[in-house]
Ligand binder design. Structure first.
Ligand code: KG4
Ligand code: ZN
Length: 311
């Protein structure tokens, strides 16, 4: 039985996991830095790198302990090597490669996005290529055609902001805490009934298969600032509900354009959004705890997609 020790440090989560060759997750420990970055209203890259450095060694010990294995039983090392915050990625990569070199083990470089795609397979072992993968996170909003375990074709991506980033910025202007996605979603679910509030009434999303969130984000910010200027009280649940409906509505429109009757797998931090999950009853989603950044998905990607290229 081969065992993969995997590392994820591309943003503000330090995570180490042990995954076996049957894709059984023996451990997946995650140290979130959310509380550290909260007071800055977003991730500070240098602070993230330093905290990865502080956490990574003890997390590795914990991941091995929880999995009930020793380092000498590990047969392969994997780490996120791109894309991500350069300094943050470097901490995990150098730590992982050092173990691989010292132990004479193979080292697998993992693309973080392929990691998110692999998280759908981890939670749905029956999911096999070809399928359409939608990755919706704080840094990415893209659609891929996963042709096989080697070829992943980019079909559409955002022209400006990512969907999660728009959730975070809307939360910030409304005074909600970071990360904004879960907060906006919680507020939206408190809104009962219907609303005529529409931020971008004239958009025809079907004109292009690419995403765009900058206009929607700005429209919400302008609406909020205008109401504040004239001393009007904000109905925060209503604003969150209307924003979420449009943000997810765009995803629905794009997926309808490219679906090609293939199964669809939705991953990334925003895939934890309840409203999004309700809109795609037939899609394959990771379990909620595998939607955000974690090392189990990096281990799974190293096992399934080790030679994959995004083309
Ligand atoms: O995948 P992830 O952990 O990190 C990146 O690779 O970016 O995604 C984090 C993003 C944040 O923007 C966060 O606000 C968003 O996912 N997010 C959500 C929800 N939970 C997390 N967005 C909407 N609804 C949620 N429930
Ligand atoms: Zn991510």
């Amino acid at each position: 039985m081969s065992l993969t020790l995997a590392f994820e440090t591309s943003c503000d989560e330090t995570s180490v996991a042990v995954v076996d060759s049957d894709l059984k997750v023996l451990s997946n420990v995650v140290a979130s830095q959310i509380d550290i970055h909260k007071r800055f209203g977003g991730v500070v890259p240098e602070v993230a790198s330093r905290n990865h450095l502080l956490a990574i060694e003890s997390l590795t010990d914990e991941a091995l302990r929880v999995a009930g294995v020793s380092l000498s039983q590990v047969t392969r090392i994997a780490a996120t090597t791109h894309p991500g915050l350069v300094g943050a990625v470097m901490v995990g990569r150098v730590f992982a490669e050092s173990i691989a070199t010292a132990r004479n083990l193979p080292f697998v470089e993992v693309n973080h996005i392929i990691g998110h795609i692999a998280s759908c397979v981890l939670s749905n072992l029956e999911l096999k290529p070809p399928f359409i993968a939608l990755v919706v996170s704080g840094g990415h909003t893209s659609i891929y055609r996963v042709q096989d375990y080697k070829k992943i074709k980019l079909v559409a991506s955002t022209m400006d902001d990512a969907c999660g980033e728009a959730f975070d910025k809307v939360a910030k202007v409304l005074g909600l805490s970071y990360p904004g996605g879960p907060e906006v979603s919680k507020m939206a679910s408190q809104f009962k009934g219907d609303t005529s509030l529409v931020f971008m009434p004239n958009v025809n999303y079907k004109k292009t298969s690419n995403f765009s969130y900058s206009g929607l984000k700005t429209a919400v910010l302008n609406c909020v600032n205008r109401k504040r200027q004239i001393g009007k009280e904000l109905n925060i649940p209503e604003i969150c509900f209307a924003f979420q409906r449009e943000a997810i509505g765009q995803i629905i429109a794009k997926c309808e354009m490219v679906k090609e009757k293939l199964p669809i797998a939705i991953s990334g931090g925003v895939a934890a959004n309840r409203y999004l999950r309700e809109q795609f009853p037939d899609a394959f989603f990771p379990e909620p705890e595998l939607c955000g950044d974690n090392a189990a998905m990096i281990g799974a990607a190293a096992i399934l997609f080790s030679d994959a290229k995004i083309i």
